[in-house]
Design a protein around this ligand. Structure first.
Ligand SMILES: Cc1ncc(COP(=O)(O)O)c(C=O)c1O
Ligand SMILES: [Zn+2]
Length: 439
């Protein structure tokens, strides 16, 4: 079938593949050069985007507001649960914090993925596009390896598309993710090993049965879905942020931002890439370590291809447990180009960070989101955010995704037996206590 809306172009040799069905038949490998990375390209200009920019929030329900700029031919195949068009929230307590502690005036906008309708995470937009495209291509079985949130989101959306999913999860993935996927009726394989072992086994399984497997962080199904967040910033803020902060595992977010800006070249939506501040927990920081090393060596030859591999990373944030960061060469160059940085945060602080945010904003964040916020705090401390800048903080999940983490947030409880045990409480007093722990 000929489609005119988009083609898939090999990023290595430029060979063009007409549609996803063909790309899947080729087992997601370029027939000319053997590369596994294609990008969706669209033959039209992105000027048409401006017509969508006046859409009010109540009519912007999902990424499918941007369907003319997504690689799906027939709208009848759309699988959606209100994902992606989520309201940006201005969190003024973060601005107060920056002013009081560091004397700078900034604007903070929080892109709250916990408000996504599918599974309340970062990963719903990609799952929506993937399920829709796979349905359009007539795919019946699909293999996914994931640390948790992708697994849950794909489990649900593929079930909605009537697609059988085989999901390989590492040993440390959250029980809650496993349970959700089981409940959708999809098959889980709990791999006795870390995320890279789960990926390896999934790839062998896919090959053995001739099934398709997710293409990783550069998979156009993920990148194209996530690029819509850039359009959302334009629609809701009327501008690009100066700085972008995200917890980093494989880095689909930054890749998608770059793609969105590339697609918009020559239109009013082109712009300077926000400085990427990507954050890893100190219990699994391979890309941050590689970056620190690159700085130390003045970005000497090979700086962007050398990275450590952390086997069985001891992090308690399984969604960020990518110990073998195959995308580092892509992410590192992109971060450098943007003038940004890959930094660490102290994982031991995630509970206090989550308590602080819930105290101030009445939003309970999940562990990966707390890592992101911890990175924001460290970026302030390191002077990576400047006076007058607008900072976009992309938080990936709410606390409901991680019940064990939620239990750790208990801190005001006193066990009581008698009336004398029931001490008085001063909610306001907590603020100073929490702040002290963060500084
Ligand atoms: C909540 C959350 N934050 C951040 C990330 C990291 O995303 P990426 O793999 O695109 O770096 C993930 C990935 O699973 C996530 O679920
Ligand atoms: Zn090629």
């Amino acid at each position: 079938m000929q489609n005119n809306k988009f083609t898939l172009k090999c990023t290595k040799c430029g060979y063009e593949i007409d549609n996803f069905k063909l790309w899947f038949e080729l087992n997601q490998v370029c027939p000319k050069c053997g590369a596994k990375h294609v990008e969706a390209i669209y033959p039209f200009k992105y000027d048409g985007l401006s017509d969508l920019m006046d859409t009010p929030n109540n009519l912007a329900e999902s990424i499918w507001l941007y369907k003319d700029f997504l690689p799906l031919d027939n709208d009848d195949n759309i699988i959606s649960c209100k994902e992606g068009a989520i309201p940006l929230e201005r969190w003024t307590f973060l601005e107060d914090f920056a002013r009081e502690q560091y004397g700078i005036n900034i604007e903070t906008q929080v892109y709250r993925n916990d408000l996504n309708g599918g599974t309340g995470t970062f990963k719903d937009t990609a799952a929506s596009l993937a399920a829709s495209v796979l349905k359009e291509a007539g795919v019946k079985n699909y293999v996914v390896a994931s640390t948790g949130n992708t697994a849950t989101a794909f489990g649900k959306y593929l079930a909605m598309a009537g697609i059988n999913a085989y999901i390989f999860m590492p040993i440390d993935a959250l029980k809650a993710s496993e349970a959700a996927i089981n409940a959708f009726g999809q098959k889980v394989f709990r791999v006795q090993g870390d995320y890279s072992k789960a990926k390896e086994l999934a790839a062998q399984f896919a090959e053995k049965h001739g099934y398709l497997m997710t293409g990783g962080n550069v998979d156009p199904l993920r990148v194209e879905a996530k690029k819509t967040m850039v359009y959302e910033w334009y629609r809701q803020l009327g501008k690009l942020p100066d700085v972008y902060v995200q917890a980093l595992s494989g880095g689909t977010g930054p890749i998608a931002i770059e793609k969105a800006l590339k697609d918009a070249e020559g239109t009013q939506f082109a712009g300077k890439m926000p400085r990427q501040i990507l954050v890893q927990p100190d219990k699994c920081p391979p890309m941050a370590l590689a970056w620190e090393n690159a700085i130390k060596n003045n970005f000497a030859e090979g700086w962007d291809i050398n990275f450590p591999i952390i086997e069985n990373p001891p992090t308690v944030v399984p969604t960020l447990a990518t110990g073998k960061p195959g995308t580092y060469p892509i992410i590192s160059r992109l971060v450098k180009k943007s003038g940004g940085s890959i930094i660490q945060m102290e994982e031991a602080k995630i509970y206090d960070i989550s308590r602080w945010v819930a105290f101030e904003q009445k939003v309970a964040m999940g562990p990966a989101s707390a890592v992101c916020l911890g990175g924001f705090l460290n970026a302030l401390k390191l002077g990576l955010i400047k006076d007058g800048e607008t900072v976009l903080i992309n938080t990936g999940e709410g606390v409901a995704r991680a019940p064990e983490f939620m239990e750790e947030l208990i801190y005001t409880t006193t066990e009581v037996n008698t009336l004398d045990d029931c001490v008085l409480h001063d909610r306001d007093g907590l603020k100073t206590i929490l702040l002290k722990k963060l500084l």
